[in-house]
Design a protein around this ligand. Structure first.
Ligand code: BGC
Length: 791
């Protein structure tokens, strides 16, 4: 775990004040820079020591076998895995005759700062070599938001003692770096070891390029670099290259206090179709563009991009500075994952690490996109186009499964199902409804009718078709979706998962509605009036299992009569349960990995009464172990809605601090994008009470006792709504709108009209009292309660 105070609490920075080798891999994820196209882990400039080297390009993957001991029909045979591409971050330094390596000599000072407003990673170190020579190094790294294939590093070395010093800087591109083993299966490991075949290497005096391709997926990648050198002394510069590496070497002798400065421009391009010369030219052109801006220009553009983002997306939290820092950190990583993904996936770890093989899951549509929809909708538009681009494969998958419409993959990079475990893969059909809901929300919030017509209609229709063919009406007309897995992966292949059913219901109704708006286009998709009527019938008959005896909803049919999990005899070191208990046992008992029915009560809150929500929340809270990082934020949202604001605050902290404190002890593989997005969700949907069920933004704000004020901005049809919540009142203000624009919203169910003329302030009703105390399974209370000085 990253120690409690590893990163001092500051509103706009993640600062690491000393280098802790034990958490190097975790910090590489935390300090990863990306723009959604290129991702650089926060590896040290000199490459070593490292936890996990990593450089990724969105959708640059290799195919690997998915081996089964006992295969079955429809099991995917190969999976996609993100590849660690050519490393262009490397800058090694020879100090007199010794390489700078923090494991040797003396590290007198070391600091790294991720600057959330500047979009840069800054590093300062003061090192004494074993021979006693001292240097100070300042490096600043960025992955450009404006120029998607460009990264740049400014590396500055200063002589920090009193004698002249010879310095040699070696800046490199290295392909096929040796990585720690990623898979225990030798068949898989073999494919991922040295995954790149050399195609071309080229050097100029001050840089060079490498072109490689993958062995099986046939993708080609080009990486190029160029340097600008600034030094007061005579400086030599030369480059050499081989199959898997290119090196530019800069040498000089400096006097005490003098500085050598090297700016490295780095560009990447990849393609499955473009020829080698075309790719070579592409990275060359990107280098020219980067040099045209120069280092200062790139830094300025980065800042401008982020100023615009924060202007629209920032959340202000008074009363919990750790959450303030963490929610900005989370938003920054969410932006990094999606900003320039441009019709490629936003994966569960973004481009910060190799976790989950670089796959995108439902995390994208149900956790990341809701945040981006309200803060940076352009990225959502792209992400939906990416899903749409995988439609053919989803059709094919549906055909294989004897279903109609589109069966989108549970996990994938470029479209095919890459899950080798069908009960928590293929059976998790709910991803289809998540995609449909993301379309619905994006169109509602952005007003983008062009997307609705071009792809939204098709996505809604094809997912509705899936539901209609997956479910069936019983003899009483009730519609059931049997044998599926909901979000809770400890309850698999069951009938009538409420989350799935209610989300499918909304999907079916949205499809039936949208085909009325685009009759011609729907006709081309073969939709008839009968088909749309069948969707409505299925939605109307949707079964929602309820236990009348104890008055709670059943997460799946029969859930409440299953045997209880023996929590009292489950030692704490047996969590996460999936690593210590067989699935067959988890599946047949009342134990919940992650919010499922509780998630349904968030996104389909319109299908439950307030009393049901409270009873359900208490029932499932006692059975939810949170073995997934996708749970805490939802528990925060519902805890806040039913009246447990202090508990909501603790869950908010867990979601927000997941990576800054490495709570699940796997941040090394990449940050938890859904949980980071969840920090925003917990604040805005939890304490702000934002819902968008019925086409207007509605709020029910109420803060925990520690938060004195919460304010956030939301985009709504091109306008910007600023919501300022205080303990007893909320102010709604409209910005960036035409002078006569009006935004109709709801505050605790009451209509409120907001215009540009003046903000509207309304009271927050007092909280309900006398709620029964909520309980979690023993030892499974939220991980991060408020620190002493705050509670
Ligand atoms: C969760 C899934 C999630 C996946 C990727 C799993 O542990 O149970 O809901 O999609 O992680 O984040």
């Amino acid at each position: 775990m990253i120690r409690e105070r590893a990163y001092p609490v500051e509103p706009w920075h993640i600062r690491e004040t000393q280098l802790d080798m034990d958490v190097l891999a975790q910090s590489e994820s935390v300090f990863a820079l990306s723009n959604g196209h290129v991702g650089l882990r926060g590896n040290l400039d000199e490459g070593e020591p490292h936890g996990l080297p990593g450089t990724y390009l969105n959708s640059f993957y290799e195919l690997r076998p998915l081996p089964y001991a006992e295969a079955g029909f429809g099991f995917p045979e190969s999976g996609q895995t993100i590849v660690n591409v050519t490393n262009g971050k490397l800058i090694r330094l020879l100090v007199d005759d010794e390489p700078l390596d923090v494991r040797y000599g003396e590290l007198l000072a070391h600091e790294r700062i991720l600057d959330l407003r500047a979009g840069t990673l800054h590093r300062t170190l003061h090192w004494r070599s074993p021979a006693g020579r001292e240097v100070r190094v300042h490096s600043t790294r960025l992955v450009s938001f404006r120029q998607r294939s460009v990264a740049a590093i400014r590396y500055e070395v200063e002589v920090a003692d009193d004698k002249p010093l010879r310095l040699i800087v070696q800046s490199e591109l290295v392909a096929n770096e040796t990585l720690p083993p990623q898979s225990r299966d030798p068949r898989v490991a073999a494919v991922l070891e040295s995954p790149l075949l050399a195609e071309e290497e080229l050097t100029t005096e001050d840089g060079g390029l490498l072109i490689h391709r993958t062995k099986v997926s046939g993708l080609r990648v080009a990486a190029a670099m160029e340097h600008e050198v600034d030094s007061p002394a005579h400086t030599s510069i030369e480059s050499e290259g081989y199959e898997d590496w290119v090196r530019t070497t800069v040498g000089c002798v400096l006097e005490p206090g003098q500085k050598l400065r090297v700016v490295k421009y780095l560009t990447y391009g990849w393609s499955s179709r473009r020829s080698l010369p075309a790719l070579r030219d592409q990275v060359g052109a990107a280098l020219a563009a980067a040099r045209l801006d120069g280092w200062d220009g790139l830094v300025r553009e980065q800042r401008e991009y982020l100023d615009e983002f924060w202007d629209a997306a920032d959340v202000d939290v008074d009363g919990d500075p750790e959450v303030q820092q963490a929610v900005r950190f989370g938003l920054f990583h969410v932006l990094q994952a999606g900003a320039r993904a441009e019709r490629r996936p936003i994966s569960a770890k973004g481009l910060t690490g190799p976790g989950y093989d670089g796959h995108a899951f439902w995390d994208t549509e149900m956790f990341v996109l809701p945040v981006l929809t309200y803060t940076h909708p352009a990225a959502v538009r792209d992400a939906l186009y990416w899903r749409y681009s995988t439609l053919e494969q989803a059709h094919e998958r549906a055909r294989t499964l004897n279903l109609e419409g589109a069966a989108f993959p549970w996990r994938t990079i470029q479209g095919p199902e890459s899950s080798g475990y069908w009960p928590a893969g293929t059976a998790a059909f709910h991803i289809a409804a998540g995609i449909a809901d993301a379309v619905r929300r994006y169109v509602l919030v952005s007003g983008d009718r062009q997307l609705e017509r071009e792809i939204g209609l098709t996505l809604l229709v094809e997912t509705a078709r899936l539901w209609r063919s997956l479910g069936h009406h019983d003899r009483n007309g009730q519609f059931h979706i049997d044998g599926v897995t909901g979000p809770d992966e400890y309850t698999a292949v069951k009938n009538d998962n409420i989350y799935t059913n209610l989300m499918a219901q909304r999907n079916l109704l949205a499809a039936a509605e949208v085909v009325m708006r685009y009759r011609d286009e729907a006709f081309h998709l073969g939709v008839t009036d009968e088909e749309a009527a069948a969707w409505r019938d299925a939605a109307a008959g949707m079964h929602v299992p309820y236990d009348e005896e104890i008055d709670v909803h059943q997460q799946v049919e029969g859930f409440t009569r299953l045997q209880e999990w023996d929590f009292a005899h489950t030692p704490q070191d047996k969590y996460p349960l999936l690593l210590h208990y067989p699935y067959f046992d988890l599946y047949r008992k009342q134990v919940v990995k992650q919010a499922d029915l509780v998630l349904a009560m968030h996104w389909r809150g319109d299908a439950f009464t307030p009393e049901q929500k409270l009873r359900n929340f208490l029932y499932y809270e006692r059975r939810t172990v949170r073995d997934s990082s996708l749970s805490a934020c939802t528990q925060a949202v519902l805890a806040a809605e039913v009246g447990y604001h202090e508990l909501a605050h603790s869950y908010l902290r867990e979601a927000a601090l997941m990576d800054l404190h490495d709570l699940n002890e796997n941040t090394r593989d990449g940050v938890h994008m859904a949980s980071l997005a969840g920090a925003w969700i917990a604040l805005v949907a939890g304490f702000g009470g934002l819902r968008d069920h019925d086409g207007v933004p509605s709020f029910a704000p109420r803060l925990s006792s520690r938060i004195g004020r919460l304010s956030f901005s939301l985009q709504w049809c091109g306008m910007r709504l600023r919501v300022d919540v205080r303990p007893h009142q909320t102010t709604y203000a409209l910005h960036h709108a035409e002078p006569d624009a009006v935004l109709e919203l709801r505050h605790y169910g009451e209509p409120v009209r907001v215009t540009c003329a003046e903000p509207v302030t309304v009271p927050v009703p007092p909280p309900s009292e006398d709620l029964p105390p909520p309980e979690q399974p023993p030892g499974r209370a939220p991980l991060l309660r408020l620190p002493e000085h705050l509670s």
